[in-house]
Design a protein around this ligand. Structure first.
Ligand SMILES: [Zn+2]
Length: 390
């Protein structure tokens, strides 16, 4: 049974909703807040006063009037805090800076092969330090550094149970933050990327994110609308909406079986989705260069077209299964997702033929973010935490 909230909790929740709503807009007004969040004008006025006193809101003139008195325009102080996100992959380190806008304010990517050794983590600390200096970030404003890695992570214990890409098995996560003098958290790369996509506000309230990178993974995001109005959806804490499962194994779509007697997966099973739909299945034909695969596909190369058709057939099976399980929007992300836009119609047609309930595959969408999605999502973890504290 759902626990009812006491008065203090309700007040805190409402203050948070008002702040998040205002933050999700360039500028807004108290009447707009009241209508969107179904609150009375005196309640909104009281909360806005409180927020002003803490320095997180500012007046930004007046809103254009459609008749009558012009309303006072409000905005949040977007740069009152910032966070850094780092994405670690087998061969690269990506780093981004964001603030309350959750947009990339600065970013860079460098080639650095991952090795689980002290020297690597020392370099990681130096890379962060140089980035902060170069971007002239005010240190006291940094709320934390989120690190995205391609791994199964038990976040409650800061423990990595498995990462094929980084060749890690049962290791504590402490080493990653050893040379980072800020709050630090490790986040699964697909979960971080899903958070970024969802936070950009172009998706429905529930989504399944399917990450098609060198391994296949994903994330499941469910919104609990009971405390919120529809206008709250994109301003609630996305990390609280992730379904993690009992053992942090949720969203491991790469090891869903799509061909019981199929090819052998690295996990030891036969016919896993990872075997058929990882980005490697495509890039292995073009010397490890995924971009080259899509260039040649676009140019009409027959061999690439055949490979792509098979890839899409297998992907359609997987997406149809996801739709049957979750009945919500499916977002295609990861390395392949960023090339998928011109082919989404083709994919929708294949899926429509499989689905017994729906004649169109319009519940599929393609990721908006590319390389920076996971790093940005990792940074957002701390921005969300800061916003929760308001
Ligand atoms: Zn497998």
């Amino acid at each position: 049974m759902k626990k009812s909230k006491n008065n203090t909790e309700v007040k805190k929740l409402n203050r948070n909703r008002v702040f998040r709503f205002i933050n999700s807009k360039q500028k807004t007004s108290m009447p707009e807040v009241a209508v969107a969040l179904h609150m009375s004008s005196p309640t909104v006025l009281q909360i806005v006063r409180e927020l002003h006193q803490t320095g997180v809101l500012r007046d930004v003139g007046e809103l254009d009037s459609t008749g009558g008195r012009k309303a006072r325009a409000l905005a949040t102080v977007k740069d009152i805090r910032c966070a850094v996100g780092i994405e670690i992959t087998q061969n690269h380190i990506g780093i981004v800076l964001t603030d309350l806008t959750k947009n990339v304010k600065a970013g860079e990517r460098l080639r650095k092969r991952f090795v689980f050794e002290e020297a690597y983590f020392k370099t990681l600390g130096q890379v962060l330090e140089e980035f902060i200096k170069k971007e002239q970030v005010e240190r006291e404003k940094i709320v934390g550094v989120g690190i995205s890695i391609p791994a199964i992570i038990d976040m409650s214990r800061n423990y990595i149970t498995y990462s094929r890409a980084l060749n890690l098995y049962d290791v504590a996560g402490d080493m990653f933050s050893h040379y980072i003098p800020y709050h630090c958290v490790l986040i699964n790369d697909a979960s971080a990327a899903a958070a970024t996509e969802w936070g950009s506000g172009h998706l429905k309230e529930n989504i399944v994110y399917l990450s098609l990178s060198n391994t296949v993974g994903g994330a499941i995001l469910f919104q609990n609308p009971s405390d919120y109005t529809k206008d709250d959806y994109y301003s609630t804490n996305v990390f609280e909406s992730m379904y993690r499962g009992n053992h942090c194994h949720s969203g491991e779509f790469g090891h869903v079986t799509i061909h019981p007697e199929g090819d052998l997966c690295y996990c030891g099973k036969k016919g896993c989705l990872d075997v058929y739909c990882s980005a490697l299945r495509l890039s292995e034909e073009t010397d490890g260069k995924l971009e080259q695969f899509f260039v040649e596909l676009e140019q009409g190369n027959q061999k690439r077209r055949e490979t792509w058709n098979t890839y899409m057939d297998n992907l359609a099976i997987a997406i149809d299964n996801l739709r049957m399980c979750f009945d919500c929007e499916v977002v295609i992300g990861g390395y392949v997702g960023s090339y998928m836009k011109p082919y989404v119609g083709e994919l929708r047609n294949k899926i429509a033929k499989r689905n017994i309930f729906e004649g169109a595959g319009d519940y599929i969408s393609v990721c908006k973010f590319q390389n920076e999605a996971s790093a940005l999502g990792a940074a957002e973890f701390y921005i969300e935490e800061f916003m929760n504290s308001i």
